[in-house]
Design a protein around this ligand. Sequence first.
Ligand code: SAH
Length: 226
Amino acid sequence: MMKTIGIIGAMPSELVDIRKGLPNSEIQKKAGFDYYLNQVGDTRVVHVCSGIAKVNAAVCTQALIDTFQPDAILNAGIAGGMNPEVHVCDVVVSSEVLPHDLDLHFLKDYPPYCGIYPADASLIALARKTCEEFGVKVFTGRIVSGDEFVTDSARKADIQSRLTPYAVDMESAAVGQCAYRNQVPYASIRCISDNADDEGAMSFDQFEKIAAKRVADIVLRMVEHF
Ligand code: SAH
């Protein structure tokens, strides 16, 4: 049976190279999103631009699941580096995701009774193998998300001291939470565009496209081996 893989990116810049690699898509509209459909070998690929931040990402993920019943979801994009070992243009694959701007007690002690969402082991392994094929330095670690672009060294230090993540972004936790609730295997693959510090905004502007292209190449290759 044909498998379906969903690829969610937040910004148009993160979808450009995916759309170049998968031309002539059929487009289906749902919940205000354009879902692009392609077939790669025996796999149906659905790629979509969610928009930035957690609500956009959650709604987009749920509509993707309801409409296309994916066997796996990849959240592909760029992120801020949060571990001193991680440098710009390295890739971080999520071991698990969680919000950094919400007291986890609200998720742990009330539905869904889980605040930290583990990524799927075989998707992590495929992502790591693919990065290695490309000669890209890859880390597997915790990714945290918040409705905030972190470009402040003091704010970064605060998040680091509380949660010790490898990367920070604005969507992974929402996609992961939605995937968890629907029991769909999930992984977030993020190429580092900046270090989420006082120089972060400048670095982001310089590396956004380069990092987005790198992660697009990786997920396109992953689809071939899915
Ligand atoms: N400078 C841009 C930032 C866009 S938001 C602007 O203000 O218009 C940043 C996007 O890239 C989000 O989708 C997020 O997931 C990711 N991202 C990259 N670096 C980040 C960081 N340091 N903090 C939070 N999100 C980051």
